[in-house]
Design a protein around this ligand. Structure first.
Ligand code: MEV
Length: 289
């Protein structure tokens, strides 16, 4: 039996555009997914395409037990965390000898398959290695740690990443001359953010612009917009959708002293608020349960 955990993630900048080669910045957050794998000759079906793919890719048979502190289908990287932690637990339980880089690459391959060929390595890189990660042209660079105070607002409206990625692909195909400049702008603001990581008011402003551009791409949702506007009114530096959108979660960047206020604003919009910070650790072995 082997138990491994992986953190969740938020996109600070660049989701969706990153699928088309634009840069993105994402950060691992404290809530984790814990996965225990045990050898088994006749395992039950997991009913998860991510977990089934982990066993298919490694060619072994086992049963899986999952304990998640992350809401699923909410944009906080739970599918990437499940995939990376499952591959790591399989690697450990069956002594396969994979490196952590190999696990990140395999997890990306699985996400890509489930998202029908359209995916970036952002989620799988961040949950594997932890920290703040800058993704560009498929390569990753870890950025210096920052103690960002992030309040996550969960709309409790589940979304499907593959469908949201598909809807952006349709929009791009139908209106390339509208969509491509929007993606270029997301790429440009991500580069600006990269050079201003210590300046919270400027980062907040760029998050607000990123949010509007994501809405223009068609991945907004009224419940998310309400929480974004309420967070800004409560004093957050900035707020935006995080992840695939169309429901799921938003994030607000705020001063430590205003966290409670922003949480209250989100809850008053009937969202579920959760304050979080950076997790510098990625996937890790846990004591067996
Ligand atoms: C999903 O968390 C982020 C997207 O950009 C998809 C991806 O990067 O694979 C929407």
């Amino acid at each position: 039996m082997a138990t491994w955990s992986a953190p969740g993630k938020v996109f600070l900048f660049g989701e969706h555009a990153v699928v088309y080669g634009k840069p993105a910045i994402a950060m691992a957050i404290k809530p984790r997914v814990f996965v225990t794998v045990r050898r088994s000759k006749n395992p039950h079906s997991s009913r998860s395409p991510y977990i089934d793919s982990c066993f298919e890719e490694t060619g072994v048979k086992g049963s899986v037990y999952i304990h998640s502190q992350l809401p699923s289908s909410s944009g906080l990287g739970s599918s990437a965390a499940v995939t990376v932690a499952t591959l790591s637990a399989i690697n450990d339980e069956f002594d396969l000898g994979y490196s952590v880089e190999k696990i990140a690459d395999m997890a990306f391959g699985i996400e890509k398959k489930v998202q029908k060929g359209k995916a970036s390595p952002t989620d799988t890189s961040v949950v594997t290695f932890g920290g703040i990660v800058f993704i560009t042209d498929g390569s990753r660079r870890r950025l210096p740690p920052e103690q960002f105070n992030i309040v996550v607002g969960n709309s409790l409206i589940p979304h499907n990443t593959a469908k949201m990625v598909e809807s952006v692909a349709d929009f791009k195909k139908r209106y390339p001359t509208i969509c491509e400049p929007l993606m270029d702008s997301i790429g440009a603001l991500t580069i600006c953010a990269l050079h201003q990581m210590g300046d919270l008011p400027k980062l907040g402003r760029l998050m607000n612009v990123n949010h509007s551009l994501l809405e223009s791409l068609g991945v907004g949702h009224p419940a998310i917009t309400r929480m974004v506007l309420a967070s800004r009114a409560a004093g957050a530096f900035g707020a935006k959708i995080t992840g695939a959108g169309g429901g799921g979660c938003m994030i607000a960047l705020c001063a430590k002293t205003l966290k409670g206020h922003v949480e209250g604003a989100i809850e008053s919009c009937e969202g579920r608020a959760m304050s979080t910070t950076l997790d510098t650790q990625g996937v890790r072995k846990e004591k067996d349960v």
